[in-house]
Design a protein around this ligand. Structure first.
Ligand code: M6P
Ligand code: ZN
Length: 191
């Protein structure tokens, strides 16, 4: 059977771990050096090898960024670990367009999806294999790996959502996922 669909050669999803493959996969790697300012124990982060990988993102982008009505598909893999008492985590972002939502679905591992609304109220949803999470367009979102193995989740978001990292770089989230008495605990931030 021949297919002449323009997207038929996009690639494949490995449903065992969520990883993507094919010629069209985009990839980025985030290291301790790139995330140093995100963790509250900055001096601890500066003591680590800056090339230590915290997470990797793969995504399919069948349409250019900003296209009306398009979708992206991604897979994020966060290593287990902590900087001081804070679990390895993503940068986290608001969407540039606050009316563009997103789905996350956990494939492997254990984690926390940290969410924050426009008033800085911050809460989390537990991530376990199979858990599905809907992120409203005006909620900032960050994921922390609270388990002992790699955390992998899939994401689907609109092509025209955009990433607003600046608000997070300036003000952070209203709370952080910290290890307290051996357990992941959401602790309110001072600022
Ligand atoms: C998911 C999606 C991506 C995002 C990635 C990493 O795959 O939400 O849009 O880039 O996670 O998160 P961040 O950009 O906050 O580092
Ligand atoms: Zn997003």
């Amino acid at each position: 059977m021949d297919s002449n669909s323009p997207f038929s050669s996009l690639g494949t999803v490995n449903w065992l771990d969520g990883s993507l493959s094919g010629a069209q996969v985009h990839e980025s790697v985030k290291t301790v050096g790139q995330l140093v300012g995100a963790f509250h124990e900055r001096e601890e982060a500066e003591r680590l090898d800056p090339s230590t990988v915290i997470y990797r993102v793969q995504w399919f982008a069948p349409e250019p960024a900003g296209t009306d009505g398009g979708l992206y598909w991604g897979n994020t893999a966060i290593e287990p670990g902590r900087i001081g008492d804070e679990y390895f985590m993503t940068h986290g972002h608001f969407h540039g367009r606050r009316d563009r939502g997103e789905f996350y679905a956990t494939v492997q591992g254990e984690g926390a999806l940290i969410l924050m609304d426009a008033t800085r109220r911050t809460w989390f949803e537990k991530m376990t294999p199979g858990s599905l999470h809907y992120i409203r367009g005006d909620w900032a979102h960050r994921v922390a790996n609270t388990g002992a193995e790699r955390l992998r989740f899939l994401a689907c978001w609109p092509t025209d959502a955009g990433h607003d990292y600046e608000s997070i770089a300036l003000h952070g989230f209203g709370a952080r996922m910290l290890c307290r008495e051996g357990r992941p605990t959401l602790v309110e931030s001072a600022s």
